[in-house]
Write a new protein. Structure first.
Length: 330
């Protein structure tokens, strides 16, 4: 019997490489894995629905659930997670010494709806008393001019978002002090240059992030995996098959982290880092599935609603193909 040919767009990660290199094959599927950077994948999937399945910004996916056709359905796989305290950059002369100093400032973010920015704004509000509506946001390209929002915004009146000029970039504006801070997923070149004009809000971000996880138990989810709705409606079994395959590929990555005969990654103290992570976060520190991620997902969905993106407060079960929320036993 011939297999169903599906195209998956996903960046290459240690936890997905077994799928890319075909050591793990989804049941019943001939998978064409396209290794594409995330920004391109998101744009092409959201605008043109080019792929059968794709890695997807969690924030963008949640917003699509309020479109009339609900074009995608997700599986509880999370290829990207990231503590984002390290991703708040400030101009050195802005007067911003602590989070509370962001109130009333000019803050750049490539897209208001991007997942990293949703987490940052939510954490600043919950943990440091910085209301979402207490700053003015400026959106546009970080390093190249002209980046648009991938999805249209319909925000409450008290949230102010402005587009930067067609020839401007957020990184250069931060470096000059035209904006006071930047919430972003990628390290800006004005910080990498080492000029001293841009610094992190949290210098000792690993300590801050460990403390945040210890208090909240939240390891922020950035991306999920979606299946195009017409593909799922035609062959619902695809969701479970892909979910199982992603779990199998991740298990291989877990096992390689424990390899001590020869390091698979160019990190000299990888073994110590892995052991420390397991002590602090448990053996399955990058969990897939709904239940282990319920608190993180509930937190994110609250942030999305509070920030004017989700038009109603969703529950985690509403995000995923129902078949992937149950497991079988032998």
């Amino acid at each position: 019997m011939s297999k169903l040919r599906l195209t998956l767009a996903c960046w290459t990660y240690d936890r997905t490489r077994a799928l890319l290199e075909e050591r793990v094959r989804p049941d019943g599927i001939d998978l064409n894995y396209l290794n594409i950077p995330v920004e391109e994948t998101f744009f092409r999937m959201l605008r043109h629905k080019e792929f059968d399945a794709a890695e997807m910004s969690l924030s963008s996916y949640v917003m699509t659930l309020f479109q009339p056709d609900r074009p995608f359905i997700a599986i509880p796989v999370f290829p990207s997670r990231f503590f984002r305290h390290s991703c708040i950059y400030v101009h050195a002369a802005s007067g911003i010494k602590g989070p509370e100093d962001l109130i009333g400032k000019r803050v750049g973010t490539p897209e208001y709806q991007m997942t990293a920015a949703v987490w940052i704004r939510g954490i600043l509000s919950d943990e440091y008393g910085v209301p979402v509506n207490s700053v003015v946001y400026f959106t546009g390209g970080e390093e190249e001019p002209g980046r648009p929002e991938k999805l249209p915004l319909d925000l409450p009146r008290d949230i102010h978002v402005e587009r930067i000029g067609p020839g401007q970039t957020l990184s250069s504006m931060l470096g000059r002090g035209d904006i006071d801070a930047l919430y972003t997923a990628r390290m800006p070149s004005s910080f990498r240059s080492g000029s001293g004009s841009v610094k992190r809000l949290f210098d000792d971000f690993p300590t801050v992030e460990r403390s945040y996880f210890s208090r909240t138990g939240v390891f922020p989810i950035m991306h999920t995996v979606v299946v195009r709705r017409d593909v799922y409606d035609r062959d619902p079994w695809v969701a479970q098959s892909l979910y199982k395959a992603f779990c199998a590929a991740q298990q291989e990555a877990y096992e390689e982290l424990s390899e001590t005969a020869a390091l698979k990654t160019m990190l000299p103290w990888l073994t110590a880092h892995v052991e420390e992570t397991r002590r602090e976060m448990g053996n399955d520190f990058w969990p897939y599935g709904l239940e282990r991620n319920r608190h993180a997902l509930t937190t994110f969905l609250r942030y999305s609603h509070e920030q004017g993106l989700a038009k109603q407060l969703l529950q985690p079960e509403q995000l995923f193909a129902p078949e992937t929320l149950e497991s079988f036993r032998i």
